[in-house]
Design a protein around this ligand. Structure first.
Ligand code: ATP
Ligand code: MG
Ligand code: MG
Ligand code: MG
Length: 476
């Protein structure tokens, strides 16, 4: 089943059951606590928080999402992309646990001929929060899932909150057994690659009081209006329904891999490392095109820095695969063609998206070679002196003069067996900002030095890159 059909069926199923179809919001979150939308519930947050009265009781959507914290997984696990689409159904104070569980089961297991996704019930494993007897009972006694395929998990994976006072509650996840070629048996609690998580049901049931982090907060009581928030990964379901080994081989991503192969001559399936690179390229180019499509431009702070890092990483991986010419134009072109079927604005906006992408590639290619030489020399010198840590001033120079995001320096140094003095790098970044601030003050002209206003992204390094978005359990 094609991705487009999975999406159509999703929307139709819930629309027929009284849900209002809500189009995907922009990736640029209308939310000061979030850099980019990372879950289907984000556009509905004001309803869940009770700040705004929802105009409907039930809603359904397929939301564009970006999860930068998953970047390290990309290409290595079979199921994580930095961009993906989250199919969601939502109930605002209406149906609750039993309703959500029954909908999910019906849609997944109804045959393809009858409008469902036709998954075999025996391949579905369920996890519930360890104290959620009610959810377990519904899965077992109402739906009929055998007790041995229901597992209880702790707060980390199976309890949801927004990290602030407000609604919170247990989750229940539906996982699909891909069989022994994906490793040992024992259910999702034991092996999350074999029993791949496809759908998370969040039961917003309690009110959370103030407190630190994910686990250490008081629960004030039951919410008067209980809500449902669910998220199913479109690409993960596509992977299962298209019978492929990982999400990068599904229809909308495979075409990007094939283009990268055409441009580099490296066949998919040839080697583990080149396959990882091909998947990184496919993922990152798609994420870049989608971000530019929603109005992000490459830069040194905030969202612009997310985009820059992802694009530069894709470009470098193309170089590793052997590309010597610019590649971004052709890669973006395939992405727009395939994603444009679902998001027609990408096609009407094609010229602008390509222009932004090409400009970033040109800027990076100008400095990539010289920067790489500088890095290589620094690595050689460090090793010759018996060191294992690349000096912070080298990372600073690479960033400041050669446009290397700190993550790129970290990655390239690690490939040669070195770590980087990140603390030293950050100190130099801080000093530079302070100098710029002082200069601007001294001049007292209207032309402020922009570097004085640079966001924390560069100064705080790779940790901040992920720090803006909620941790995984906090989003859907
Ligand atoms: P995982 O444990 O596999 O990282 P998650 O628990 O972080 O997933 P949720 O926050 O529950 O994911 O998101 C809801 C659904 O969105 C998941 O069940 C999955 O199908 C999908 N999803 C989450 N992260 C990604 C990703 N990086 N790439 C593709 N799909 C994803
Ligand atoms: Mg999970
Ligand atoms: Mg989950
Ligand atoms: Mg996750």
């Amino acid at each position: 089943m094609e991705s487009a059909e999975i999406r159509r069926r999703w929307l139709r199923f819930f629309e027929e059951r009284g849900h209002t179809v809500v189009p995907s919001a922009s990736l640029i979150a209308d939310d000061p606590t979030l850099l980019l939308v990372n879950a289907g519930m984000v556009p509905f947050k004001p309803y869940f928080l009770g700040e705004v009265q929802p105009p409907y009781k039930r809603a359904v959507s397929v939301q564009k999402c970006v999860r930068t914290p998953d970047i390290e997984e990309v290409g290595k696990t079979t199921r994580h992309g930095t961009f993906f689409q989250m199919c969601g159904n939502f109930s605002f104070g209406e149906y609750f646990k039993e309703g959500a569980i029954k909908f999910a089961w019906e849609l997944l297991t109804t045959s393809v001929e009858e409008g469902g996704y036709g998954l075999e019930p025996e391949k579905l494993w369920i996890t519930v929060y360890k104290e959620d007897d009610e959810a377990e009972r519904i899965w077992r006694d109402v739906v009929g899932v055998p007790a041995e395929r229901i597992q209880r998990l702790g707060m980390g994976p199976n309890f949801w909150s927004m990290g602030v006072p407000g609604p919170c509650g247990p989750c229940s996840e539906i996982n699909y057994d891909r069989g022994p070629e994906f490793g040992v048996e024992g259910g999702p609690a034991v092996n999350d690659e074999r029993y791949v998580e496809i759908w998370n049901l969040v039961f917003m049931q309690y009110e959370r009081g103030p407190g630190e982090g994910k686990e250490d907060f008081p629960i004030l009581g039951e919410l008067p209006n209980k809500n449902i928030d669910t998220g199913l990964g479109l690409e993960r379901l596509a992977m299962i329904l298209q019978g492929v080994q990982n999400m990068y081989e599904t229809d909308t991503l495979r075409v990007v891999i094939d283009k990268a192969t055409e441009l580099t001559g490296v066949a998919y399936g040839a080697h583990h490392d080149s396959d990882v690179s091909l998947r990184v390229v496919a993922d990152h180019m798609r994420t870049s095109a989608m971000l530019i499509g929603d109005g992000v431009t490459p830069g040194n702070e905030g969202r612009g820095y997310v985009l820059r890092r992802i694009m530069r990483r894709a470009i470098r991986n193309m170089r590793i695969l052997g590309a010597t010419e610019p590649v971004v134009g052709e890669l973006v072109d395939v992405v727009l063609k395939t994603m444009g079927q679902q998001y027609p604005e990408l096609l009407t906006d094609r010229k602008r998206i390509e222009t932004v992408a090409l400009a970033e590639e040109a800027a990076f290619l100008k400095t990539l070679k010289a920067g790489t030489n500088i890095l290589d020399t620094a690595v050689t010198d460090t090793k010759a002196a018996g060191g294992t840590v690349l000096a912070g001033d080298k990372a600073f120079l690479l960033h400041d003069t050669w446009g290397f995001p700190i993550d790129l320096t970290l990655e390239m140094a690690a490939e040669q067996g070195l770590s980087v003095d990140e603390e030293g790098f950050r100190r130099l970044m801080r000093e530079q900002r302070e100098r710029a601030k002082a200069d601007a003050k001294a001049k007292k002209t209207g032309h402020a030095d922009l570097s004085a206003y640079r966001e924390v992204a560069d100064t705080a390094g790779s940790t901040v890159f992920t720090g803006y978005t909620h941790t995984e359990g906090e989003s859907t």
